[in-house]
Write a protein that binds this ligand. Structure first.
Ligand code: PLZ
Length: 449
């Protein structure tokens, strides 16, 4: 029996332990197979193959235990193989695995929609629909907004990330690697300036006025079906807009018959210390796109919003073969149960205090850290040349590489590639979070010239 087989998921020792170099020999052998079988277009950040994961630990094929500060890009917020998720998935998978909700429905789909209607901001009448991925949810938000308003144009923001399908690539800002060589893109998509307090120095009201002026003059409210934004931008660099920006944009949408779509795919489900990040500013979106943290790792996405909008689409206009798969729905119900039972919204707030205190201390010692920002367990460091705001992507990459070599999984992001983001599972034991931050601190020290 291998070491990993002796330590089944759920009983993984919550400790970082390296028994080989990273990647170890078994990971290297799998990497060779991967190279021969998998498209070179699919990237790998850290070529370490995982066999088990739980709490704050990823265990690899060579028996190494790594600290997980990425949660599979903000997905396993409830932890990997979370007990309620596993129980409900096991139960469901033994009963039936698919009928297609559009053909013969089942209760789990309805129950997830009820939960989404209950949990998303606002107590107005809502309806939901389920899909397979975040990008698909965003695509459907645009379909709903266009059908409901009869208008064509969509406004997204600088630094936005909304997915990799053709329409969502058009909405996404960054060319490399997401859009490069993949055009032409869907039309009638316009880009407005975002609030990026560290770089633009504008108040929320000023940044909103700038964006609204652009939308008004260059697109026109009468042409605009929807404005879509991430309440805290994820891939773009964990950009938290200045206070007042979101409410002003949302209000302008309401006043002008434009559908305000919040992409809460990365920020949703307790991640930011609220169930949804819009709540921090009391913003109630017309439509909310969800995915990632919704189902403890199974592929599930939701679109939730005002009943009059969601019901404006003709019958049969929304759907898909796998959308709201019964096993994924079971996982979704297990994840939501876990968030509520373990009080993970409050837990994310506690993790924020730890993260901000530790990272702000690092910023006083490492002048390469230009900004520390984020909310809840969604916190980032932006690296710059000391004394300037010039992005230091090379330093950021070196820090990430050093952390990885020491067995701590951190992710990078940012339009300028100079941001390290921390997205730990919300169930991570505190000693692992601190140890991960110790490693990060040392990685920064070692990577600074
Ligand atoms: N909207 C805000 O963060 C996915 C992308 C990883 P899918 N972010 C991770 C990568 O490189 O592909 C995301 C997001 C926001 C939409 C999406 C898209 O969600 O489930 O990846 O389609």
């Amino acid at each position: 029996m291998t070491e990993t087989a002796e330590a089944p998921t759920g009983e993984l020792a919550q400790e970082r332990r390296l028994v080989t170099e990273l990647p170890g020999p078994r990971s290297r052998a799998l990497m060779a197979r991967r190279k021969a079988a998998v498209s070179a277009g699919v990237g790998t950040m850290l070529p370490v193959f995982i066999t088990d994961a739980g709490g704050g630990i990823l265990r690899d094929v060579d028996g190494n235990s790594l600290i997980d500060l990425g949660a599979g890009i903000a997905v396993v917020s409830v932890g990997n193989a979370a007990p309620h998720v596993v129980e409900r998935v096991r139960e469901q998978v033994g009963r039936f695995t698919h009928t297609c909700f559009m053909i013969t429905p089942y209760e789990g789909y309805v129950a997830v929609c009820e939960a989404l209607n209950r949990l998303t901001p606002g107590d107005h009448e809502k309806r939901s629909a389920l899909f397979n991925s975040g990008a698909e949810s965003v695509e459907n938000a645009i379909k709903v907004a266009r059908a409901a308003t009869g208008k064509p144009s969509i406004v997204a923001f600088d630094h936005a990330y909304h997915g990799r399908t053709n329409l969502t690539m058009a909405l996404t800002a960054k060319s490399m690697p997401y859009k490069h060589s993949f055009g032409p893109f869907a039309g009638d998509v316009y880009r407005a300036p975002m609030s990026y307090p560290y770089r633009d120095g504008l108040s929320g009201a000023e940044a909103a006025a700038r964006a609204i002026s652009m939308i008004d003059k260059q697109v026109g409210a009468s042409e605009t079906a929807a404005v879509i934004l991430e309440p805290i931008q994820g891939e773009g660099g964990f950009i938290v807009p200045a206070p007042g920006f979101l409410p002003a944009i949302s209000q302008w949408c309401t006043d002008n018959g434009v559908v305000f779509v919040a992409d809460e795919i990365q920020t949703g489900f307790a991640r930011t210390g609220a169930m949804f990040a819009c709540e921090h500013e009391g913003v109630v979106p017309d439509l909310v796109a969800t995915a990632k943290g919704i189902a403890g790792g199974l592929p599930l996405a939701g679109l939730t919003g005002r009943a009059d909008l969601m019901n404006a689409v003709h019958a049969g206009g929304l759907g898909g073969t796998f959308g709201g798969n019964p096993v994924a729905c079971a996982a979704g119900l297990g994840a939501i149960e876990t968030i509520e039972e373990l009080g993970l919204v409050a837990r994310a707030g506690q993790l924020e205090s730890i993260l901000l205190e530790r990272l702000r201390d690092m910023a006083t010692r490492h002048p390469v850290i230009g900004d520390v920002r984020g909310r809840g367990a969604m916190i980032a460091l932006e690296f710059v040349r000391p004394g300037t705001k010039e992005p230091a992507a090379d330093v950021c990459a070196a820090v990430a590489k050093a952390a990885h070599a020491a067995g701590v999984v951190v992710l990078t992001c940012g339009t300028y590639g100079n941001v390290i983001r921390l997205l730990p599972p919300l169930v991570i034991p505190e000693h692992l979070l601190h140890e991960g931050l110790d490693v990060l601190d040392e990685a920064i020290r070692a990577s600074c010239p």
